[in-house]
Design a protein around this ligand. Structure first.
Ligand code: G3H
Length: 479
């Protein structure tokens, strides 16, 4: 086993530095425990100093033209893409994501940044004449411009350590904000490398404070920091709810958990449904908020669908990220234990194991459970792992009721060849997005992306992300 004991510097006070206390956090690869590096574990005090500089730097940044800001971000996208292999290898090692997906994350991030800049160029304000309101005057002209909010706190998740961080940082910066970026601890090296490329592209370094450290030490401090003007967080629902309670009088965008159902009706193309369901449920070993996390299938086609899903599940390659395996070890022991606990409990309550239920440490084989009932925890809880429960239903009303009984409301898929029927069901589903005859997923990244209920707050997707980091600034000309 190779080890790398180097401390990777973070960006504070406009410089690459270690913590003054020399405290670090060891980052190990989840799939083989190799020590990849150490990241600074910053204290609240040193963050405070850096945040003051980041707040101060925003004033000048906001005066720059959007073209000037955009050109730096476009260069950032080019640098990221030119380092796709190197950055992909970092993601792969740090979060055990298969090689091709890790490289794909880098390309997707570059594309995201480019589209963000192009969209930002066209995010215009408005001019209003006063006389369109009763009693108003033509002599009043309101200029409603888009002004930056100030300093944005971007908190990224482990599962997309570059993409879901850049999707918060790029809109914030291009619109003239500064950024405090708290990467997930497991994901911090990817985050640091991504920010290194941003500074290389020409961003004034003080505009970003890169807050590496334990969430338990600096999380609440950052969320409650008086200089933070808006928070954008992706992660677990419990943490998201905590952030929403702690934050006060500032906008908050939260992308949280999901329990996305795939509803399969008797008139569906079952081959297509099986293909989409397997891709949706098991990619990155199910560690995606948008993974399909339960199948609600009509009784009359359930046996056939289960057989088709089983055949595809058995084709999934289980192994290591370097070998481009579809199913790789989960992010940590706790997550693997949790998923296994859900499987074990469902089995005890009568669920049938169709595939999988084999474990080697953090590596859980793709597991397919049939005859799951609503009495089982796995029907409701989010595993964030490679297990898919099949719940058989006798009517579409039952499918909709079970889909909506969830605390979550991120996305849902409906598989049917009857478009009117699928649309009727889509209207009843309490989720942010319904996918007709396809798997649940966030992209294309310019689509609005949101969750309702415990799945989130606010809207992402490039256009909405840009709107979330600006406010209207109205100047009234009185002639
Ligand atoms: O984990 C949450 C992500 O937003 C999911 O994104 O659907 O592109 O995998 P994805």
């Amino acid at each position: 086993m190779t080890t790398n004991t180097e401390t990777i510097k973070t960006l504070i006070n406009g410089q690459w530095a270690e913590s003054a206390s020399e405290a670090t956090i060891e980052i190990k690869a989840p799939h083989n425990d190799e020590l990849i590096g150490r990241v600074p574990s910053l204290s609240q005090n040193e963050l405070n100093d850096s945040i003051s500089k980041t707040v101060a730097a925003q004033e000048d940044w906001a005066t720059k033209s959007i073209q000037e800001r955009g050109s730096i971000l476009l260069k950032w996208a080019d640098i990221l893409e030119s380092r796709k292999e190197e950055l992909g290898a970092t993601i792969m090692k740090e979060v055990a994501k298969k090689k091709s997906s890790a490289e794909g994350e880098v390309t997707r991030t570059a594309d995201f940044i480019r589209y963000t800049v192009e969209e930002a160029y066209r995010l215009h304000g408005d001019a209003l004449r006063g006389d369109s309101f009763k009693g108003g005057s033509k002599k009043k002209i309101g200029l409603a411009e888009k002004a930056p909010l100030g300093t944005i706190l971007a908190i990224g998740p482990f599962n997309y350590p570059m993409n879901l961080s850049a999707s918060k940082i790029a809109p914030a910066l291009v619109m003239g904000n500064s950024v405090i970026f708290k990467p997930a601890t497991q994901g911090a090296i990817s985050g640091i490398k991504m920010v290194e490329a941003l500074i290389e592209a020409g961003l004034p370094a003080e505009l970003v404070t890169l807050a590496t450290g334990r969430g338990s030490v600096i999380g609440d401090f950052l969320v409650q920091h008086p200089s933070v003007d808006m928070i954008n967080f992706t992660g677990g629902t419990a943490t998201g709810e905590h952030i929403s309670k702690l934050s006060s009088m500032i906008p908050v965008v939260l992308e949280l958990g999901g329990k996305d159902p795939a509803i399969v009706l008797e008139d569906a193309d079952l081959d297509k449904a099986a293909k989409e369901i397997v891709a949706g449920a098991y990619s990155y070993s199910g560690q995606r908020c948008t993974a399909i996390k339960r199948v609600l299938v009509k009784d009359e086609v359930a046996d056939e669908l289960v057989q088709k899903i089983e055949a595809k599940v058995k084709d999934l390659k289980v192994g290591m990220p370097e070998d481009n395996a579809d199913i790789t070890p989960l992010i940590d022991d706790k997550s693997a234990d949790y998923v296994q606990g859900l499987i074990d409990e469902a089995k005890e309550q009568g669920a049938t194991v169709v595939a999988g239920d084999k474990r080697d440490g953090r590596l859980l084989n793709a597991t397919l459970l049939d005859n799951v009932t609503t009495e089982m925890r796995i029907a409701w809880e989010e595993p964030f792992g490679p297990v898919l429960p099949i719940i058989r239903v006798s009517s579409e009303e039952e499918a909709v009721r079970i889909a909506n009984d969830s605390e979550y409301g991120l996305q849902a898929s409906v598989f049917s060849n009857d478009t009117d029927r699928a649309m009727r069901i889509a209207e009843k589903l309490e989720v942010g997005t319904v996918q007709l005859n396809a798997k649940t997923e966030r992209g294309p990244d310019h689509f609005p992306f949101l969750g309702v209920k415990s799945s989130g707050l606010g809207v992402q997707g490039i256009t909405e992300a840009l709107r979330s980091v600006v406010r209207d600034k109205v100047t009234v000309i009185n002639m």
